[in-house]
Design a protein around this ligand. Structure first.
Ligand code: NDP
Length: 446
């Protein structure tokens, strides 16, 4: 490792003990940025990277609620307001039992770069709770969301901090959170994104992350004169991002052969077409069932406790969670002919896996670029809320496509090596950094 990176990481680790995912995210970024900062000393003198690695504000709070048996449950709520140099804090809420400070700090840190890449005026944040919505009744989820918002409402606002969904937070949760915010503040504003279409939501927001990651893959393939037509795609996850990635991939001529959840994956060699995907959406979003039921319904293989990366594919699209592709998975994917990895999830590849992809010279689109379509469309939802005017589906989709194209262009600008290889990791890290860094310098020591 570059000794300058090593020294910087020693400081980060000492200041943030035990926050492994945060260390991982900061290290990846600093490997791209420290050499760039050395060449641009004004960023070094202003200690921009050191400042960016320290949240502007961290809020941790108790979330008590009553379950259906009348028993008191206690969860922990978080909001990490990481950086507001280029706009109000913006980033999702995650409800999952694994949530802790280190995971949310990694997500908030990545969010700053991602939001900058979209070119929209949004700072970076992330939040959530160790609450597990799985197996809870609608009433329990509602009572939890109301209690969570009863503390969070005093820290957020349409011009301050605008949360959205993430793992475990979809349309249902956003509805309960918005209802409680409105009740507490007595105002109807665009304080959350991912809202229902009847009450301030944007068309295409639910689809945006999966569609955007697919558009990003299209752009990457085009640099090699290739396209999605006829490609075999392995997708992990079966939630919001996975569902709409599968929809768009199929629409653009690819065949999606896997989906997964935390219990295992299904392999459908004939492809998960539009009709089968409707079944998945109902299974996951309404019945809240397990992906295993797909295998029973359509008579295909189900692999309990396994991840889809053992299946031969042209494109891998990790859309579930962090560190879901390790070095071994990556080597197998490359060996099986995978040419392109586009990350719908945040940091789904371990550092070793990323190294395998870069060394193999395949197209590797990191999450902060590839999955930025979600937050970009949240930004478009904020614009529509401010104007009090909704845009059509076509209008939002066309803006999303343009944003993904522009993000790709930024990655090419900052990530192209002397030999012509595009290192999208460097491209996204440096491209996302410059705008935030310049704004921080302009705003003084804050
Ligand atoms: P959902 O909650 O809708 O779906 C998550 C999916 O991933 C589910 O199928 C879930 O399975 C699976 N999963 C979650 N945790 C694990 C785990 N530890 N191991 C294996 N599988 C797991 O979330 P989203 O689709 O919204 O988010 C997926 C990823 O995309 C996350 O990394 C998120 O940060 C990222 N992302 C999301 C955006 C959005 O707009 N929603 C925007 C940008 C990035 P199960 O049901 O069994 O838990």
């Amino acid at each position: 490792m570059d000794p300058r990176v090593q020294q910087f990481m020693a400081m980060i680790k000492a200041k943030n003990p035990g926050e492994l995912e945060f260390h991982q995210a900061v290290q990846e970024v600093s490997e791209s940025l420290i050499p760039f900062i050395e060449e641009n000393p004004r960023y070094k003198h202003a200690k921009i990277l050191e400042r960016m690695a320290e949240p502007e504000r961290t809020i941790i709070f108790r979330v008590p609620w009553l379950d259906d048996k009348g028993e008191i449950q206690i969860n922990r709520g978080f909001r990490i307001e990481m950086n507001s140099a280029i706009g109000p804090y913006k980033g999702g809420l995650r409800f999952h039992p694994t949530v802790n400070l280190g995971i949310l700090k990694f997500l908030a840190f990545e969010q700053v770069f991602k939001n900058s890449l979209t070119t929209l005026p949004m700072g970076g944040a992330k939040g959530g709770s160790d609450f597990d919505p799985k197996g809870k009744s609608d009433n329990e989820v509602m009572r939890f969301c109301q209690s969570f918002m009863t503390e969070l409402f005093r820290h957020i606002g349409p011009d301050t901090d605008v949360p959205a969904g993430d793992i475990g937070v979809g349309g249902r949760e956003i509805g309960y959170l918005f209802g409680q915010y409105k009740r507490l503040k007595n105002e109807f504003t665009g304080v959350l994104t991912g809202k229902g279409i009847e009450w301030g939501g944007s068309l295409i927001r639910p689809e945006a992350t999966g569609y955007g990651a697919t558009y990003f893959a299209q752009e990457m393939l085009a640099t090699r004169g290739d396209s999605l037509a006829g490609k075999t795609v392995c997708i992990s996850g079966s939630g919001n991002v996975a569902q709409y990635a599968a929809e768009k991939m199929t629409e653009l001529g690819a065949t999606v052969v896997t989906l997964s959840d935390s219990n295992g994956f299904i392999y459908d060699p004939k492809g998960i077409d539009a009709q089968k995907l409707r079944y998945v959406m109902e299974l996951k979003n309404i019945k809240r069932g397990r992906i295993k039921e797909y295998a029973e319904k359509f008579g295909v293989e189900y692999y309990e406790g396994k991840r889809p990366w053992v299946i031969k594919c042209d494109i891998a699209m990790p859309n579930a969670t962090q560190n879901e592709i390790d070095g071994e998975d990556a080597r197998l994917l490359v060996k099986n002919g995978c040419k392109c990895v586009t990350e719908g999830a945040n940091m789904p590849c371990t550092p070793e896996a990323v190294e395998v992809f870069l060394n193999a010279g395949i197209l590797y689109g990191p999450g902060k670029a590839a999955n930025a379509g979600g937050v970009a469309t949240s930004g478009l939802e904020m614009t529509q809320n401010s104007m009090r005017l909704p845009w059509s589906r076509e209008e939002v989709d066309s803006r999303l496509r343009t944003i993904m194209k522009n993000i790709h262009t930024t990655c090419v600008k900052y990530g192209t090596r002397h030999d012509g290889f595009i290192n999208y990791v460097d491209g996204a890290n440096i491209g996302g950094f410059v705008k935030v860094a310049d704004a921080m310098i302009a705003q003084g020591v804050v």
